[in-house]
Write a protein that binds this ligand. Structure first.
Ligand code: R5P
Length: 281
């Protein structure tokens, strides 16, 4: 068995290979003069773990090329971050169901698939092979535990993210709540924990994705106004577009961190152990 990865999932793939005590396939990535993607893989094996987050369209194409490269192998596909999962239904006429389009092509040429905290679990039904969605909630809880914070309050940015936040909080037996928006006027919105008080607390806002960081930056400002001692932000997938990291830091957030499903300088926790446990079945 060997591990092979796209360009942007090299570090996580190497961690998975180390944990499985196996080797990683050497892949050279480049482009044709017209911009098309090219890759050439070293020697593959009869069983291959293909790792690639769909962070952008190039990553998606590289993953398809890798699956094709490994056509003579029994392939297990790991998609740590599945982009396009947010367009999981046809919201307006004329739109594609992008998550379905992506899932359908990935399922060709692999035996099974693993995703991690996929934005909308209903998307799993679009894969034509057996697919397991893992959660890094416990790993994130472990990471928060190592930060030595006194009695942290784990907050979900909305009630939809509460189940994930509760799983994070249960790792350390910490308090958990979700932020609730109240419209004060046509232009003014208040965000505060639904049940608990943030005053004098170390607050950690946790979510599956931080994209622009807009929701969390606004929440952090309000939590500081409500007397929070310090605010942190953690997510599984650090999409971090449009200067999101700087925006969050500028809002006074003490630390922003994510996992290595998208490899970032602030990837403080790894999905490798969780993925390896699932691969071992
Ligand atoms: C939305 O449903 C997701 O769980 C995240 O809350 C969202 O993607 C965050 O977006 P942003 O960082 O742009 O506020």
């Amino acid at each position: 068995m060997k591990v092979i990865s796209t360009e942007k999932s090299q570090i996580l793939a190497a961690r998975i290979a180390t944990a499985l005590n196996t080797s990683i396939v050497d892949v050279k990535f480049s482009r044709f003069p017209d911009g098309e993607l090219y890759l050439a893989a070293g020697k593959t094996d009869d069983e291959t773990i293909i790792v690639g987050s769909v962070t952008d369209s190039d990553a998606l194409v590289q993953l398809l090329l890798l699956i094709d490269t490994c056509e003579n192998s029994k392939n297990h596909l790991v998609i740590p971050y599945m982009g396009y999962a947010r367009q999981d239904k046809r919201f307006r006429s004329g739109e594609p169901i992008s998550a379905r389009a992506v899932a359908r092509v990935f399922a060709k040429g692999v035996e099974d698939c693993i995703t991690v905290n996929i934005h909308e679990p209903a998307v799993l039904k679009y894969f034509d092979v057996s697919t397991t969605n893992l959660s890094l909630a416990k790993d994130m809880g472990g990471c928060i535990g190592s930060m030595d914070l006194s009695d942290p309050l784990i907050l979900a940015p909305d009630d939809g993210a509460l189940a994930f936040a509760q799983d994070v909080a249960s790792a350390g037996g910490w308090d958990c709540d979700h932020l609730e928006k109240t419209r004060l006027s046509g232009v003014e919105v208040k965000m505060a924990p639904k049940k608990l008080c943030a005053a004098l607390r170390s607050v950690i806002i946790v979510d599956d994705i931080i994209s622009t960081g807009g929701t969390i930056a606004t929440a952090a400002n309000m939590l500081y106004q409500q007397g929070a001692a310090e605010v942190y932000a953690a997510c599984v997938h650090g999409v971090l577009i449009g200067g999101a990291y700087g925006h969050l830091k500028a809002s006074g957030i003490r630390e922003v961190f994510c996992s290595d499903t998208i490899e970032r300088g602030c990837s403080r926790l790894s999905a490798a152990d969780c993925i390896v446990t699932a691969l071992r079945g």
